[in-house]
Ligand binder design. Structure first.
Ligand code: ZN
Length: 135
């Protein structure tokens, strides 16, 4: 078959027939591989599927980041209670109490997040270990 592709294409100024050969028969017309309706539809669906995958991935990443932020906030919200509990538990240890009081004054705590809290716990544990060595 030597007929041209049936697609009308837009060159920016004019519409004209696609110049490629109509090698694919569909709906009683010849189409090039780019414009054959079934092939174009499959290509479009594949492209849509990839976009959907990207959007789904972004939604998942946003949800994970939001959950991580919520966890940091949850830990920050119990910071005061944790300090108070540690103070009760470590009451007899003078050095640990000093560390706790320093942390409570904000010394050694540069921000109000989970990493600082973890560092604070490490400081308290170190103080406990030192107190135990002396006992
Ligand atoms: Zn064409």
């Amino acid at each position: 078959m030597s007929e041209r592709c049936a697609e009308r294409v837009w060159d920016g100024w004019h519409q004209h027939r696609c110049t490629r050969k109509g090698t694919v028969q569909e709906d009683g017309k010849g189409w090039c591989k780019q414009h054959a309706p079934a092939l174009a539809k499959a290509k479009r669906e594949e492209r849509d599927r990839k976009w959907q995958e990207k959007w789904d991935r972004q939604d998942k990443e946003r949800a994970e980041a939001k959950a991580a932020d919520a966890e940091v906030q949850r830990r920050a919200d119990c910071y005061d209670d944790l300090l108070a509990a540690l103070e009760r538990i470590l009451g007899p240890s003078r050095e640990a109490l000093e560390v706790i009081k320093a942390l409570d004054r904000g010394e050694g705590v540069t921000g109000y997040n989970a990493k600082d809290l973890a560092n604070a716990i490490t400081d308290v544990e170190t103080a406990i270990a030192k107190a135990k060595e002396r006992a």
